[in-house]
Design a protein around this ligand. Sequence first.
Ligand SMILES: [Mg+2]
Ligand SMILES: [Zn+2]
Length: 197
Amino acid sequence: MSRPAVFLDRDGTINVEAGYIRELENLNLIPGAAEAIRGLNELGVPVILATNQSGPARGYYPESWVHALHERLVSLLAAEGAKLDALYYCPHLPDGTVPEYTQNCKCRKPEPGMLKQAAAEHDLDLSRSYMIGDKATDVEVGQNAGTHTVLLTSGYGTQVLEGTYQHKVNPDHICDTLLEAWQKHMKPYFEAELANN
Ligand SMILES: [Mg+2]
Ligand SMILES: [Zn+2]
């Protein structure tokens, strides 16, 4: 039977929003993010990164830099006993400057391509899963894929709610941080899920 999972945005969700990160030291965890991920790890719920990273399409840095940032992310999490079960990213942009990455892809959030690919590769049940992020597009990708959604006010979430960034959306829940989303929503939800299945 396919399993539920948690899909996480990266910047403003797991690590502090810092724009396009060009120095490894500028990628730092939001307090409590590792604790939330570790809790999911302990329950056996797959935790999957789903992040738009258009730096390569904009010519800001090569795709290998995205991998370097993800190695740092993984090692910072490991230092706190937390792990991502899979990492997906979209390096594309419809109006990029680097031809290789300039395309209307199916993976750039809010398109649900990354979530659907992960569901197929890891046998996941999207309807019992969560998508959590700090932008309107994170809420929309979850809704497009049929997951529960949480908007975080870490990162851009406050501006989304004020209507000054992207556009307004209707997430299932609004939380300050990933840790709060874990404690208030995911922990009780997945503990009940596990008891029933
Ligand atoms: Mg974000
Ligand atoms: Zn893409």
